[in-house]
Design a protein around this ligand. Structure first.
Ligand SMILES: *Cc1c(COP(=O)(O)O)cnc(C)c1O
Length: 425
């Protein structure tokens, strides 16, 4: 490392000054390396992304946009933001990109700020059917200050009920219609949503937080040609820094830029924006595209193998990086499954399934995703092993790390992560 490259990530200096926090950094790395990370919203960003995050760009105040800042000394950070914007537009074929959102939720706030007044009506997927807190949950600003009309999935297909979306749109005449969520295993019919939005004169917003990485790798169809605005996180399948961004049609550019800053945010995090630029460059490579195809192949195999063991994927399978699994057939709750898997070194989350008879903090399902294990280089053969391990841990484990089943599964997990290490040394 030379000083001219950057002056961050000096672990030696940190551990000398602050042994408590440096110990957390190391033990968290050990935790990631020691288990199977199957949380569908997580990934393992590259050393290049982490380097930009740990840089002195963190220090710079740069309220405003490149060339139009409220502070001096912004020439260098302007270059970083311009690169991030240009790469983001090119990656998604978008008219306009704003890369300043601090997170997915912040990008979503900008959509409300740009297109709605408090009290206005919008349509979005209900949280228990796979939506997100920021899509109108009562505990969120979106549900407190606006009027959400939730749509859900069809009881038979367990996929989005497009006829219901159309019926609700005609009945409530929403300002905005939102598509996207946190537990949707299937592709979304953006063309149908666009047609419904046009019928009632609504803005069509896609919250692509979960699946934007698959779009970047061209492994699934893009919402960009159909939507007025697409918001997303940059840390899920996309594999960048923990942050957010949005792309939109030219006609909405000024309005959305003003909604991000100064309406919702103050100074942008320039180190994170530099890391987003690095990530967008990574995502434009054939290597990343191949990764996203493998993420989907792995996800499909994992769902199929779990199905064969009586753990049923909602909608019968998956087209994406995640599946939502119904545990009622094996007589285990989501909360039990999460704890038993954790005791065996498998990290996943309990999740409500559509029409769930259990309370959300118990739930009848789990959600599993393949972004992390695929980054580690695992393929479909390993997914077959993982499905068997999940099934054993969830149905036979007692949730105790010292139990014999947990120990046995943990040993097999260790063997897998030794062959496919996260952050290889
Ligand atoms: C993850 C997610 C978000 C929120 O992202 P944060 O970065 O956690 O704020 C918003 N919408 C959807 C659909 C998500 O899955």
């Amino acid at each position: 490392m030379t000083e001219s490259t950057f002056y961050g990530s000096d672990y030696e200096a940190l551990s000398a000054f602050d042994p408590e926090i440096s110990a957390v950094l190391i033990s968290e790395l050990d935790r990631i390396r020691g288990g199977l990370q199957l949380i569908a919203s997580e990934n393992l960003s590259s050393p290049a992304v982490l380097t930009a995050l740990g840089s002195t760009l963190s220090n710079k105040y740069a309220e405003g946009y490149p060339g139009r800042r409220y502070y001096g000394g912004c020439a260098e950070v302007d270059k970083a933001e311009e690169l991030a914007i240009e790469r983001c537009k090119a990656l998604f074929g978008a008219d306009h990109a704003n890369v300043q959102a601090h997170s997915g939720a912040s990008a979503n706030q900008a959509v409300y700020g740009a297109f709605m007044q408090p009290g206005d009506t919008f349509l979005a997927m209900s949280l228990p059917h796979g939506g997100h807190l920021t899509h109108g949950a009562k505990v969120s600003f979106s549900g407190k200050w606006f009027n959400p009309v939730p749509y859900g999935v069809n009881k038979e297909t367990e996929d989005i009920d497009y006829d219901e979306v159309e019926r609700l749109a005609k009945e409530h005449r929403p300002k905005v219609i939102c598509a996207g969520g946190s537990a949707i295993p299937r592709l979304i019919d953006f063309e149908r949503f666009r047609a419904i939005a046009d019928e009632v004169g609504a803005i069509f917003w896609v919250d692509a937080a979960h699946f934007i990485g698959l779009v970047a790798g061209k492994a699934i169809p893009s919402p960009v040609p159909y939507a007025d605005v697409v918001t997303f996180t940059t840390h899920k399948v996309l594999r960048g820094p923990r942050s957010g961004a949005l792309v939109c049609r030219e006609e909405h550019a000024a309005r959305l830029d003003k909604a991000i800053f100064p309406m919702m945010q103050g100074g942008p995090q320039m180190h994170t924006i530099a890391a987003k630029a690095v990530n967008f460059k990574e995502c434009a490579t054939e290597e990343y595209a191949a990764y996203t195809r493998q993420v989907i192949d792995n996800s499909a195999t994992l769902a199929k193998e779990l199905d064969a063991r009586g753990i049923r994927p909602i909608t019968g399978g998956t087209d994406t990086h995640l599946s939502l699994l119904d545990l009622q057939g094996v007589g285990v709750t989501g909360a039990e499954a999460e704890q038993r898997a954790d005791a065996a070194g498998i990290v996943l989350n309990k999740n409500a399934i559509p029409f769930d008879p259990q309370k959300p903090n118990i739930a009848s399902g789990i959600r599993v995703g393949t972004p992390c294990v695929t980054t580690q280089g695992m393929g479909v053969e390993e997914m077959k092993t993982i499905a068997a391990l999940i099934h054993t841990a969830v149905t036979q484990g007692d949730g105790d790390a010292d139990g014999s089943v947990s120990k046995d599964v943990r040993a097999q997990v260790s063997e897998l992560v030794t062959r496919f290490p996260a952050y290889p040394r």
